[in-house]
Ligand binder design. Structure first.
Ligand SMILES: *[C@@H]1O[C@H](CO)[C@@H](O)[C@H](O)[C@H]1NC(C)=O
Ligand SMILES: *[C@@H]1O[C@H](CO)[C@@H](O)[C@H](O)[C@H]1NC(C)=O
Ligand SMILES: *[C@@H]1O[C@H](CO)[C@@H](O)[C@H](O)[C@H]1NC(C)=O
Ligand SMILES: *[C@@H]1O[C@H](CO)[C@@H](O)[C@H](O)[C@H]1NC(C)=O
Ligand SMILES: *[C@@H]1O[C@H](CO)[C@@H](O)[C@H](O)[C@H]1NC(C)=O
Length: 409
C-alpha cells in the first residue's frame, strides 16, 4: 500500500513540475510578445514572436504588404531566444535619410533579428522614432536611441578634449557595457549581404583578436596613411573604421601596449592620453586613434577583405579589390558624400534604389531592373565599369533571402 502511495505522490509531483514548466514558457513568450513596451521610454521594441505574432503585427504596419504566406515561419516556434545581431551607428547633422537607408538595407537582407543602437543628436530622435516605429510590423528588429554621450565617469574631461560626434564610436565598449559584441558602421554604409555574414566572422577571431576592420587601401601607391600620416598606423596602409566589428567583452578586458607609458592600459584609460599626445598630428579623427592603437597591438586585429568595406577608392583608380570581383561586394561604403553628388553615379544609383524601395517582396524584387538600366548609364565612369558585379550581388542576395522556399530560409 505504502509503495502505491509513493508512486502516486511521485506522479503528482512530476505532473505539477511539467505544468510549472509549461506556464513559465508561456510567460516567457508573452513577455517577448509585449516587447520592450514597458522598458526605457527612449526605446521602442519590435519583438519577433513567431507565427501569430508576426501575422498580427503585419497588419498593423503602414506598408502592410499582401502577407507572404511563407514568411512568418522563418522563425519557427523555438523556445530558445534567437541570438541578436547588435548594430550601432552614430548619426549627426544631415544624416537621417542616409542612416535609415543603411538600416533598411540591413533589414532587407538579414536573417537573424537585429538590435539597433542608434546614437543621434537630440533633434533627430523624433524622426528616427517615427520611421522606425512604422517599420515595427517587420518584427525582426528592435532599437534603442541614445543621445551623443561620453562615459559617465570623467564626462566633463572628455568633453573638453573630444568632438562628441566624431569620437562617439570609440566609447561604445564603455557605454554599452552589457553588450558582448557589436558591429559599428558609418551612416554611409549599405549592406548588400545579410548582416549575419559579417557577424559570423566574430567566431573566426583567434584568442588574441578583439576587433575586425578592412584595410584603408589595397594599393600602397595611392594609400593615404603611408604617404601622409604623421602618426603610427596599422599595417602597410592603415585600416578603415567605417565598418568595425568588435568583441567588446574582449576590448573591455584587454590591457593595451602603447607608446605613452611602459604599463599597459585599459581601453577606458588609453583614449585620453592618446588624444593628448597626437591631437596635432591626426587628420581623420578617431580612425587615426584606432590605427595608432592597433599599430601597437597588431595581434588584436582581424583584418577582413575589402569586399566588406567597398569604397569608391576601390574602383576609381582601376580595380583595387580583387576579392569583390571574384566573390562579390558585401558591404558598400559611399564615403566622401558619393551618394549625394554626381561624382560616382554608380554608388548613387544603388543608394537611391535602396532608399526608394519598401519592405514588400515585390518592391525589393522590382528594384533590380530599373537599377540595372540606371547602372548601365554609368558604364563610362570608373566605378560604373563594374556595374555587373553590383547587379550580380544584389540579385544573389535577393534570391537567397526571398526566392527560396520558406522552410529553407
Ligand atoms: C531587444 O530585444 C532583446 C532580446 O529580446 C532585449 O534583450 C532588449 O532589451 C530589447 N531592446 C529593446 C530596446 O527593447
Ligand atoms: C567575445 O569574447 C568573449 C571572451 O573571450 C567570449 O566569451 C564571447 O563568446 C565572444 N563573443 C562572440 C560573439 O564570439
Ligand atoms: C607630429 O608630427 C611632427 C611632424 O611630422 C613630428 O615631428 C612629431 O614627432 C609628431 N608627433 C608625434 C606625437 O608623433
Ligand atoms: C591571431 O591572429 C593575428 C593576426 O593574424 C596574429 O598576429 C596573432 O598572433 C594571432 N594570435 C594567436 C594567439 O595565434
Ligand atoms: C528614387 O526616387 C526618386 C524620387 O522619388 C526618383 O527621382 C529616382 O529616379 C528614384 N531612383 C531609383 C533608382 O529608383
Amino acid at each position: 500500500m505504502r509503495r502505491y502511495l509513493r508512486v502516486v505522490v511521485l506522479c503528482l509531483a512530476c505532473g505539477f513540475c511539467s505544468l510549472l514548466y509549461a506556464f513559465s514558457q508561456l510567460a516567457v513568450s508573452l513577455e517577448e510578445g509585449a516587447g520592450g513596451g514597458g522598458g526605457k521610454p527612449q526605446a521602442a521594441a519590435a519583438s519577433w514572436l513567431a507565427g501569430g505574432g508576426r501575422g498580427a503585427g503585419r497588419g498593423a504596419g503602414s506598408a502592410g504588404p499582401a502577407a507572404h504566406p511563407g514568411r512568418s515561419d522563418r522563425y519557427s516556434l523555438k523556445m530558445q531566444p534567437v541570438e541578436r545581431v547588435h548594430l550601432a551607428v552614430v548619426a549627426c547633422g544631415e544624416r537621417l535619410e542616409e542612416t535609415l537607408t543603411m538600416l533598411k538595407s540591413a533589414l532587407i537582407f538579414s536573417i537573424k533579428p537585429l538590435q539597433f543602437h542608434i546614437f543621434a543628436e537630440d533633434q533627430l530622435h523624433d524622426s528616427f522614432k517615427g520611421i522606425l516605429n512604422s517599420w515595427s510590423f517587420l518584427q525582426t528588429f528592435n532599437y534603442s536611441l541614445y543621445p551623443i554621450t561620453f562615459p559617465s565617469e570623467n564626462a566633463a574631461e572628455w568633453k573638453k578634449l573630444f568632438k562628441p560626434c566624431a569620437s562617439q564610436r570609440l566609447f561604445l565598449p564603455l557605454i554599452l557595457k552589457e553588450v558582448d559584441s557589436l558591429l559599428y558602421v558609418d551612416t554611409d554604409i549599405l549592406f548588400l549581404r545579410p548582416v549575419d555574414d559579417i557577424w559570423s566572422l566574430l567566431k573566426k577571431f583567434n584568442s588574441t583578436q578583439i576587433a575586425a576592420m578592412a584595410p584603408e587601401h589595397e594599393e600602397p601607391r595611392i594609400g593615404w596613411y603611408n604617404r601622409f600620416a604623421r602618426h603610427p598606423y596599422y599595417g602597410k596602409t592603415g585600416v578603415n573604421s567605417g565598418v568595425m566589428l568588435m568583441n567588446m567583452t574582449r576590448i573591455r578586458r584587454k590591457y593595451f601596449k602603447n607608446d605613452m607609458t611602459s604599463v599597459r592600459l585599459r581601453w577606458g584609460d588609453i583614449l585620453m592620453p592618446l588624444l593628448k599626445k597626437y591631437k596635432l598630428n591626426i587628420t581623420w579623427g578617431d580612425q587615426d586613434l584606432l590605427n595608432i592603437i592597433f599599430f601597437h597591438n597588431p595581434e588584436s586585429l582581424f583584418v577582413f577583405p575589402c569586399q566588406w568595406n567597398y569604397r569608391p577608392d576601390h574602383c576609381i583608380y582601376g580595380s583595387n579589390c580583387q576579392e569583390a570581383e571574384e566573390e562579390g561586394i558585401f558591404i558598400l561604403h559611399g564615403n566622401r558624400g558619393v551618394y549625394h553628388d554626381d561624382k560616382q553615379p554608380a554608388f548613387r544609383a544603388i543608394y537611391e534604389a535602396l532608399r526608394n524601395c519598401s519592405f514588400e517582396d515585390d518592391s525589393i524584387h522590382s528594384l533590380l531592373k530599373p537599377l540595372e538600366l540606371e547602372l548601365q548609364k554609368t558604364v563610362h565612369t570608373y566605378c560604373g565599369k563594374i556595374y555587373k558585379i553590383f547587379i550580380k550581388q544584389l540579385t544573389k542576395s535577393i534570391q537567397d533571402r526571398y526566392d527560396r522556399p520558406p522552410k529553407e530560409r
